[in-house]
Design a protein around this ligand. Sequence first.
Ligand SMILES: Cc1cc2nc3c(=O)[nH]c(=O)nc-3n(C[C@H](O)[C@H](O)[C@H](O)COP(=O)(O)OP(=O)(O)OC[C@H]3O[C@@H](n4cnc5c(N)ncnc54)[C@H](O)[C@@H]3O)c2cc1C
Ligand code: SF4
Length: 487
Amino acid sequence: MAVSRFLFADQLGPHFDDGGPLLMVEAVGVLGRHPYHRAKAHLILSALRHRVRELGDRVELLHAEHYRDVLAGRDLEAVDPTSWGARALVRELGARVLPSRGFVTSEDEFAAWAQGRPPSRLVMDQFYRHVRTSTGLLMRGPDPEGGRFNFDHDNRRPPPKGASGLGLPDPYRPVEDDIDEQVRADLDRLEAEGRIRLIGQDGPRRFAATRAEALTALADFVETRLGDFGPFEDASLLGDDAMAHSRLSVPLNLGLLHPREVIDAVVAAYHAGEAPLQSVEAVVRQIMGWRDWVWHLYWHLGEDYVRRSNHLDAQTPLPREFLELDGRTVRARCLSHVLDEVGRTGYAHHIQRLMILGNWALQRGYRPAELTEWFTNAFVDGTPWVMPANVVGMSQHADGGIVATKPYASGGAYISKMSDYCGSCTFNPKKRLGEDACPFTAGYWAFLDRVEPRIRGNHRMQQPLAGLRRLVDRDAVVEQERTRTQW
Ligand SMILES: Cc1cc2nc3c(=O)[nH]c(=O)nc-3n(C[C@H](O)[C@H](O)[C@H](O)COP(=O)(O)OP(=O)(O)OC[C@H]3O[C@@H](n4cnc5c(N)ncnc54)[C@H](O)[C@@H]3O)c2cc1C
Ligand code: SF4
C-alpha cells in the first residue's frame, strides 16, 4: 500500500500537498482536551471538512477519539507538525517526517542564525534584518527600502479624535454553508453529551476556513485596510473591532495561506504605488519578523519554557471573568469591552491582547502558564506554538527578558491616549487614589512596587522605578490595589 501523507488540521493549504494520497483524522478527543472557544472549535472542524470535500477521493477521512486509535500500524509520512506533542506522535507512529512548512524561514536557517547567540542576544529586530537581507524583500541592493528597516516610529498614531471608528468598509466575512450548519449541530451534540466543553458565544463564522475564503480575505485587506495598517496599528476604538488589522491570523495558522503570499501581496501593492511603505513594512515585519520569530522560539526555548518561566513570581489564579469570557460585571470599560469581544468572537486585535488583557494580567500577577493556556483556548488563532513567546515572553515578562527587554506594563494614561475607552468609564485614568482611581493607573504603581526587587537591575526600568520612589502616596496606592474588589 502507498504511503499516505497524514495532514493535521493546521496543514490545509496547497503548500502541504505534494500530490500523493492523503489522510486526515477528525479526532473528537483532541477537541475535548481543553475548553475551547466555540468559534475556534467551529473553525477547526469547518476548515478540515471543507478541505476534505475539496480533495474528494484523494483523501481518506477517519473518525476517532484519538489519533493513535486509527493511525497505529499505518505507513505514513507527515510534514513536521507544529507542537511538541504532535511531533512526538508522528515519531512514535514511525512516520517519515518532512521538514516543517508554513513559515518564511526554515528551522535550519533559524538554527544557523541563532547558533552561538546566548538567549539574551536573540533579538527579534536583528533576526528580522537578517531575513530582510537574505530574502531581498523590501531591499534596494544592500540597503532597506526607504533607508530604514523599521518604520514603527511613524506608526503610533492615536485614533482620530471624536471618531467612533476608522471609517473603513466592514472587513470581509465568509458566508456559511451546509458544512458550517453540520459543524454547529455536531458541536451542540458533543457538548450536550459532555464530550467537549466550550466557552464563548456561538455566532456566524467570521474568519476564513477555506483556501478561496482566505484569498478573498487577503485581497480585501490589501484593498481596504493596508494603507491604514501602519499608522493606526496601536490604536483602539469601541466602535471598531477590526480597525485596520488584517484578521489573517486564522487562515495563516490553519495553513490555508502561506505567509509569503501575504508578504508578496503587500509588497506588490507598495511597488504598484497603492500602499505606503510605513504600512507595508509593518505588515512584513509582523509576519516575517514576529510570526516566524515566535515560531522558532517555541522550539528553541524548549518544551518546558512555559512551565519553568515565572520570573516575576506571579501567583494569582485567573478570575471567573477571564475563564468565562464575561465582561458584564467588569467596570473598567477597556477590559469589559475586550473580554466581551473575545466572548463574542474569539478575536481581539494585537494591542487589545497586549495592552489591555496582557497588561492587566501582568499587573494583577496572573500565573503565566494558566494565562498561556487561557489565550490558547479562548482565541480563534491560538496555537501551542504562537502563545509561549507572546504571552510568557512578551506580555508577562515571565522569562526575565528573553523575548522583551522590559515588562509591557502601562497605566491608564497610555490607554486613554490610544483609545476612546476612558470617555465612558466610571474610573478616571488620571487618578491613582480614591473611588474612581483607574485600576490600570493605580495597578501600574502597585505592580512596580511588587516586582521592584526583581527588575531593579533592568536599566530600561530605572526611570519608572525612580518615579515609584518619588510617589508620595505609594503605600496608600499599594494598599488600595491589594484590597480592590471593584474593577
Ligand atoms: C498576549 C498575546 C496573545 C496573542 N495571541 C495570538 C494567537 O493566539 N495567535 C496568533 O496568531 N497571534 C497571536 N498574537 C499575536 C498578534 O496579536 C496576532 O497575530 C494578531 O492580533 C492577529 O490578528 P490579525 O490577523 O488581525 O493581525 P494583524 O495585526 O493584521 O497582523 C498581521 C499578521 O502578523 C502576524 N503577527 C503579528 N504579530 C504577531 C506576533 N506577535 N506573533 C505572531 N504573529 C504575529 C499574524 O500572523 C497576523 O495575522 C498574540 C499577541 C499577544 C501579545
Ligand atoms: S479609565 Fe482606566 S479602567 Fe477605565 S477605560 Fe480608561 S484605562 Fe480602562
